[in-house]
Design a protein around this ligand. Structure first.
Ligand code: BTN
Length: 236
């Protein structure tokens, strides 16, 4: 029985579950406190982007995590591995991870993760958006080529985010407590970029896996570089 997900606050409509969870964390909510929503009016993604999902079709959750110690730097990577495992437990899909923590099915994004926190106060909020029941034609036009859902990817997908949530919490429980070496090994086994041409703001090269600390290693004409944060794009 997982200890994550209790207490749980569910909103029919929230601005952003990450915002609500941060508020609870500041007020002292315990490790494992879960905020979910059927719909968000101001869902946030990484790099200042927004996150949109039709009502009732996606897992929209934020978890308060405390005192992770040596596990803390691995939280975004461990969460991505857990999302993959939950999707594969829920239905017949295979998931890969695009560094650092986008979860892909057949090259399309099914889930995104936004970790926000105050390490100095010993807490972080782990926000996960996972498209479960969104039909292909429900994605906004500009996302149709790059986004997917469990339902769009597999015939046997559950029709409700609530069916996936317990699988996700159980996978998170396992992975958040894993030693960093195990998280990195599990992540490497799902690396979607390895061997592929990538570009980022300051350069381009061939993705060569992740370091033991979780940075993206890229081989460039000038030698190997490690990217610790930011965004990379596939060239082809
Ligand atoms: C990304 O891929 O850019 C990260 C997306 C994270 C979206 C989730 S949905 C639940 C939680 N609340 C938010 O406002 N964002 C995260």
């Amino acid at each position: 029985m997982t200890t994550l997900g209790r207490p749980r606050v569910h909103h029919r409509l929230a601005d952003s579950t990450n915002e609500r969870a941060k508020e609870l964390a500041v007020a002292g909510a315990p490790h494992g406190t879960l905020v979910t929503a059927a719909e968000q009016s101001a869902g946030r993604g990484r790099q200042g982007r927004s996150w949109v999902a039709p009502p009732g079709r996606a897992v929209l959750m934020s978890l308060v995590v405390r005192e992770l110690g040596e596990h803390s730097p691995m939280l975004p990577l461990a969460a991505a591995v857990a999302v993959c495992e939950a999707c594969e437990a829920a239905t017949s899909v295979s998931c890969e991870i695009k560094w650092p923590n986008d979860v892909w099915i057949e090259g399309r994004k099914v889930s995104g993760i936004l970790v926000e926190g105050r390490p100095q106060d010993g807490w972080a909020v782990l926000g996960i958006g996972l498209n479960v029941a969104t039909a292909a034609d429900e994605f906004p036009e500009d996302l149709r080529e790059i986004a997917t859902s469990l339902a769009a990817a597999a015939d046997d997908a559950p029709d409700s985010p609530e069916a996936v949530l317990p699988l996700l919490l159980a996978a998170l429980e396992r992975r958040l407590g894993d030693p960093p070496t195990e998280v990195v090994a599990a992540w490497r086994a799902r690396d979607a970029l390895r061997g592929r041409s990538v570009r980022w703001t300051d350069g381009s090269g061939t993705a060569a896996g992740i370091s033991d600390a979780g940075s993206l290693v890229v081989e460039t004409d000038a030698g190997e570089v490690e990217l610790g944060a930011g965004e990379v794009h596939l060239l082809r």
